[in-house]
Design a protein around this ligand. Structure first.
Ligand code: DOR
Ligand code: ZN
Length: 346
């Protein structure tokens, strides 16, 4: 029985670090085990220009523990007013790695997102030309579309038309949650990738809604039926280079989660690697964990895999804090509802 694995240092291809006191509390949780992360730009106000991305990157670097080698990979928040030239300059300068598309109103701080996709056509064409990937929150927001169908409808009505109209555009389907997402991504060729979160490998919609409402399992896209979770597990553990880890670790204080209208987001930075090792072991795929956490993402983004390694060992159940304290209040750590036996030891 394998009880030690060593893998290249992982990256997180979708992460929320927030700002201020929250940033200072959560950044070390990711920097402890990950070498790089794609940083989401949905601050209030959002990160929309190259100059704002540069200043946010500096704030992140200042929030890291002394001696940390963690590299934040910055993104711009796409709006209907994004200037293609500013974007191209920021990309050429190495300031940004990707651009994030939020359909207006889809999720936390997405009010400045895109409502009319025709308006961003010139920006998308510029991105295809310069090879800047588009990270997509793939949900329609029409009130007549059931929330559990929003991803599948987005693929059909928005994503596929955008990709057909913009040849060469590299797209990451962020945090896919459905078998339709898995299917579309796996047939999309090398210009299409998809991230999968840790929590969507563990929870289905029953965990949120059955036996009482569990706000800490509420995130967007919302977890779907069990058959979809199983499709995500098969995709993540398959070794297929299309799929890579983007935790979407999204801290909100308990005060903001436990409201009549609570925030969406699961905070998984603290225990993600222990959970993933457990999941991959359960599925007989420990030998493919490294592809998911450390190789497939860099390959899609055209970056080298990290040189360093981390080692996990299996033993007595791992203990980790059930919350972290931030200057803004307590943030609950995602509870995977199972004992975790794999700990990162170096
Ligand atoms: O659950 C989520 N939380 N999904 C998102 O898309 C945004 C994120 C956040 O920023 O809190
Ligand atoms: Zn996110």
């Amino acid at each position: 029985m394998t009880d030690t694995i060593t893998i290249r240092t992982p990256d997180d291809w979708h992460l929320h670090l927030r700002d201020g006191a929250m940033l200072r509390a959560v950044a070390p949780e990711t920097a402890r085990h990950f070498a790089r992360a794609i940083i989401m730009p949905n601050l209030v106000p959002p990160v929309v220009t190259g100059a704002e991305a540069a200043s946010y990157r500096d704030r992140i670097l200042s929030a890291l523990p002394e001696g940390s080698a963690f590299t934040p990979l910055m993104t711009l928040y796409l709006t209907e007013d994004t200037d293609p030239e500013d974007l191209a300059r920021a990309h050429a300068d190495g300031l940004i790695t990707a651009v994030k598309l939020y359909p207006a109103g889809a999720t936390t701080n997405s009010a400045s997102g895109v409502a009319n996709f025709d308006k961003v056509r010139p920006v998308l064409e510029k991105m295809a030309e310069i090879g800047c990937p588009l990270c997509v929150h793939g949900e329609v927001v029409d009130s007549d579309i059931d929330i559990f169908d929003r991803e599948a409808v987005f693929i059909e009505r928005v994503l596929d038309p955008i990709r057909r109209a913009t040849p060469g555009l590299r797209v990451v389907m962020e945090h896919i949650t459905t078998m339709q997402g898995v299917e579309y991504a796996s047939e999309g060729g090398p210009e299409l990738g998809a991230t999968i979160t840790t929590h969507h490998l563990v929870i289905n919609r029953n965990h949120i809604l059955a036996g009482g409402i569990k706000p800490h399992y509420y995130c967007l896209p919302v977890a779907k039926r069990e058959e979809h979770r199983l499709a995500l597990r098969r995709a993540a553990t398959s070794g297929d280079p299309t799929f890579f880890l983007g935790t979407d670790s999204a801290p909100h204080t308990d005060a903001n989660k436990l409201l009549p209208c609570g925030c969406a987001g699961c905070f998984t930075a603290t225990n993600t690697l222990s959970i993933l090792a457990e999941v991959f072991e359960q599925d007989g795929a420990l030998d493919r964990l490294e592809a998911f956490t450390s190789f497939n993402g860099p390959k899609f983004y055209g970056l080298p895999a990290n040189e360093g390694t981390i080692t996990l060992t299996k033993g007595e159940p791992v203990t980790y804090p059930d919350h972290i304290d931030t200057g803004d209040g307590v943030v609950t750590v995602f509870d995977p509802m199972m004992p975790l036996h794999w700990r990162v030891v170096g």
